[in-house]
Design a protein around this ligand. Structure first.
Ligand code: DC
Length: 238
């Protein structure tokens, strides 16, 4: 007769980092859905705080003003991968955070250490509360936010592939020409990679996946395989 009580497996933490246009969001959501895990888009949180600054007349190019205001907005992230949600002071912000105005200002706001400290704490709290586990996507998840993640993935792709994907995501007037999109991406990457406070970087122990020649399904399959291997190593089953 079996007497040993089965203990619930410890939650699995997956960090997915990389620049934009590498398929990070689509991959992270699909992997979380497939494995029954929660999902957190940390870029949406940086966008949300940036949107609040712009809406409340804070000069986003004045780091001291941004630092002073950083704790004022209340940011709440949903973690259902099939319905990603973000609210600022109780209002749905999922539309406004994707505008060009926010995209242009987000690197300046996210370079302010006080902003990063507040969001990093929020991200760790959300990850710790995920019962079965969570896929967290961003720029500094494997290096700074969750350095003990069971699996760290760093997605890359050629500048051409990234610009084409990014352009495909933009709608109507937000969509410029491909060369302009590529330039804007390069500018944002340079700012995100060169800032002092936890820049975009590949963790030493991250698995790098170049998505240039891969379909979304192929990337998802690849990451699911990596997560399952990590869970086996950690003594868990999917
Ligand atoms: O993933 P995204 O493009 O929505 O992210 C928007 C910006 O937020 C990105 O330019 C850099 C910043 N960001 C960050 O600094 N750290 C993260 N963990 C996630 C995003």
């Amino acid at each position: 007769m079996e007497t040993a009580a089965r203990t619930a497996p410890a939650p699995v933490i997956v960090a997915i980092d990389g620049p934009s246009g590498t398929g990070k969001s689509s991959t992270s959501k699909a992997v979380a859905e497939k494995l029954g895990l929660r999902y957190l888009d940390t870029g949406a949180q940086y966008r949300a705080i940036t949107w609040w600054m712009l809406s409340n007349g804070v000069d986003v190019n004045d780091p001291a003003a941004v630092a002073t205001a950083a704790s004022k907005p209340s940011i709440v992230s949903g973690t259902d991968p099939s319905r990603p949600a973000i609210a600022v002071d109780g209002a749905d912000a999922s539309g406004p955070i994707r505008t060009r105005e926010v995209t242009s200002a987000v690197s300046a706001v996210s370079a302010v250490p006080q902003v990063r400290a507040i969001l990093t704490e929020l991200q760790r709290t959300i990850a710790a509360g995920a019962e079965r586990g969570i896929v967290v996507e961003g720029r500094d998840i494997g290096t700074t936010v969750l350095p003990d993640a069971h699996l760290k993935v760093f997605l890359t792709a050629s500048p051409e592939a990234r610009a084409a994907r990014r352009s495909g995501e933009l709608k109507g007037k937000e969509r410029g020409d491909l060369a302009a999109t590529r330039e804007a991406l390069a500018r944002r990457d340079a700012a995100d990679s060169s800032r002092k406070a936890s820049p975009l970087a590949k963790a030493e122990d991250a698995e790098e996946v170049d998505t240039t020649e891969l379909s979304l399904n192929q990337v998802v399959e690849c990451v699911v395989t990596l997560v399952e291997a990590a869970m086996t190593r950690a003594g868990q089953t999917a």
